[in-house]
Structures are given as structure tokens and as C-alpha cells.
Design a binder for this molecule. Structure first.
Ligand SMILES: CC(C)(COP(=O)(O)OP(=O)(O)OC[C@H]1O[C@@H](n2cnc3c(N)ncnc32)[C@H](O)[C@@H]1OP(=O)(O)O)[C@@H](O)C(=O)NCCC(=O)NCCS
Length: 142
């Protein structure tokens, strides 16, 4: 991910989440966070950004902070490909634990994470707004 990708990312972000990240949040991930690994999924040869994933890694610990695909490109295995890529990268860099948060109502994301062996570690009460919902904290040892 580079700064010039952000307008395309924002389109996907706004399709994907009721409380989308603001542009400055993406700029911060690209420029201001040494622990952040923001990446885009690009379809070739058209060079269209169809998705992105952002994770933080501090030595053995990884947190996946954002993952989304354009609605036209969901449900065809690309989320699985992005997760596999993240796993390969973080394991090469010494990861032992991966955590993330998800809405219990997000059945597709839950299915994806369970497929990768994540299990529920806990619940953050009232974590999400609009609509209000708890967050499931999911984790996996790698
Ligand atoms: C979550 C997301 C990244 C998943 O990517 P995707 O490309 O759609 O997922 P995949 O096609 O790789 O499918 C992953 C698994 O979920 C299943 N799945 C796909 N669509 C589904 C649906 N609508 N309902 C239930 N399961 C579904 C697939 O069958 C697959 O499981 P399988 O391999 O056992 O068959 C994507 O749907 C998305 O961008 N959603 C909006 C943003 C979001 O919710 N991000 C996660 C926030 S925690």
C-alpha cells in the first residue's frame, strides 16, 4: 500500500464498514507506523485494487486490523488468498500469535477466520457502534 492507493481503498472501506476508517488513518498506517504492514491486492493486468489487509507485527505478536475486498470480488477465494499471504509473511518474521476482532454477525469473516484455525478468546462488550455490537476477540497460535 502506498499513499496514492488510498482513494481506491476508501471506496472499498466505505462499502465494507458502517464506520469506515478516515483517510488519515490509512495515511498513518502507510507512513507513521513502523509496526504496520499495509498491503493491497491488485488484479493484473488491469492494475485495479480490489482489496487490502493491514496487520501489525511486534516480534511474536500479530494483530490483523483491517481486511476487506470490493463487494464485486468477494466470495471467490480472494480473502483466503490474502489471509494465506499474511500467514506466510508473519511466520517468516517470527510470529507466534495472531489476534483480531470481528462482529459476531459477520458470518463470512467468521467462516474465513475459523477456516484458518482461529478460535474465540474473549468478548469486548459494546466494542462496535452503528450498529452496536460486541466484538469477538479471536486468536491463533502459529
Ligand atoms: C471478509 C472478507 C475479506 C472475506 O473474503 P472473501 O474473498 O469474500 O472470502 P472467501 O471467498 O475467501 O471465503 C472464505 C470462506 O467464507 C465462506 N463464505 C464466503 N462468502 C460467505 C457468505 N456470504 N456467508 C458465509 N460464508 C461465506 C467461503 O465459502 C469460504 O469458506 P470455504 O473455503 O470453507 O468455502 C470479505 O467478504 C469482505 O471484504 N467483507 C467485508 C469486510 C469485512 O467484513 N472484513 C472483515 C472484518 S473483521
Amino acid at each position: 500500500m502506498v499513499e496514492s492507493d488510498i482513494p481506491d481503498i476508501l471506496v472499498i472501506e466505505r462499502y465494507s464498514f458502517p464506520n469506515p476508517w478516515k483517510p488519515a488513518a490509512f495515511v498513518g498506517e502507510v507512513h507513521n507506523s513502523p509496526i504496520s504492514h499495509p498491503m493491497v491486492l491488485v488484479i493484473r493486468p488491469e492494475n485495479i485494487i480490489v482489496g487490502y489487509v493491514i496487520y501489525w507485527q511486534i516480534k511474536e505478536e500479530v494483530q490483523i486490523n483491517n481486511i476487506a475486498l470490493h463487494p464485486n470480488f468477494r466470495g471467490r477465494g480472494l480473502g483466503t488468498i490474502m489471509m494465506k499471504y499474511v500467514f506466510e509473511r508473519v511466520i517468516l518474521n517470527g510470529a507466534r500469535y495472531i489476534i483480531l476482532e470481528v462482529r459476531p454477525s459477520n458470518t463470512t469473516a467468521l467462516h474465513l477466520y475459523e477456516k484458518f484455525g482461529f478460535s474465540v478468546l474473549g468478548v469486548r462488550k459494546g466494542y462496535y457502534i452503528n450498529p452496536a455490537e460486541d466484538a469477538l476477540v479471536m486468536g491463533k497460535t502459529v
